[in-house]
Write a protein that binds this ligand. Sequence first.
Ligand SMILES: NC(=O)c1ccc[n+]([C@@H]2O[C@H](COP(=O)([O-])OP(=O)(O)OC[C@H]3O[C@@H](n4cnc5c(N)ncnc54)[C@H](O)[C@@H]3O)[C@@H](O)[C@H]2O)c1
Length: 257
Amino acid sequence: MNQNELEGKVAIVTGGARGIGRAIAHALAAAGASVVIGDLRADQGEAAAREISEATGRTVAAIQTDVTSLADAEQLAATAMERFGRIDSLINSAGWDQLKPFIKTTPELWDRVLSINFKGVVHTCHAVLPSMVAAKGGSIVNISSDTARVGSFGEAIYASAKAATIAFSKTLAREHARDNIRVNVICPGLVDTALLEEMREDPLTNRILDAIVGLIPLKRMGTPDEVAPLAVFLCAPASSYITGQVVSVNGGLNMVG
Ligand SMILES: NC(=O)c1ccc[n+]([C@@H]2O[C@H](COP(=O)([O-])OP(=O)(O)OC[C@H]3O[C@@H](n4cnc5c(N)ncnc54)[C@H](O)[C@@H]3O)[C@@H](O)[C@H]2O)c1
């Protein structure tokens, strides 16, 4: 990775307090970008910003943001504009899931899963796009999931929210190509994060995840640092002709044509 390929660029990363989002925030800063983390977890967001800034020498800020709120998403975009005067990239990594057979789920769970994983992406894109359109350029990277491409036991609504994110991203890619704004999607398979650890507290989920790991051709889960370089690439000039695409990072778990 070219150390300065994002020099002078500004990126917003939702869900950047931990997990995949944090690794992406770190990798973007290491490539030269100033980064604004928007995450529900204020303390972890602040700590991530401080540590990434110390490690990379770049400016990294954190703003407590609930992506289920359009007002919060607008505040996140406004703060980035006030502080840095531009937004070149938006990476949506905020997400949440709980494995449960569909028949046992409740409307409250459907709303929560859809609000965080799909409407959150809608909110931040709506908040950030006007400044990208005005600047005639930008890159949006939405973190979906392989569940969206192939379905997944116990994840009916989550997989649907992630599939909606793909359709939404492809549509934005078409609507905003004329503005030189690219929109792409990363689908992780199984990535070793705190989210997965929390989900493993449920014994059935633990068994399912172990079974899935056994099916991965590379025979292990991925790490957040193995997802982050693709996000940096999709924000960098090197990917200038790539838009509306969906790329899995999954150790070969699913090989979608
Ligand atoms: N870990 C995996 O195996 C895996 C697989 C496929 C897709 N994903 C997706 O990758 C993304 C990152 O997941 P992760 O494993 O790093 O999870 P994680 O829980 O480690 O990190 C997610 C971050 O999102 C934040 N967040 C949750 N709800 C939020 C909200 N309403 N507003 C703002 N921030 C919020 C959390 O505070 C957390 O910091 C998610 O979109 C997830 O669905 C993860």
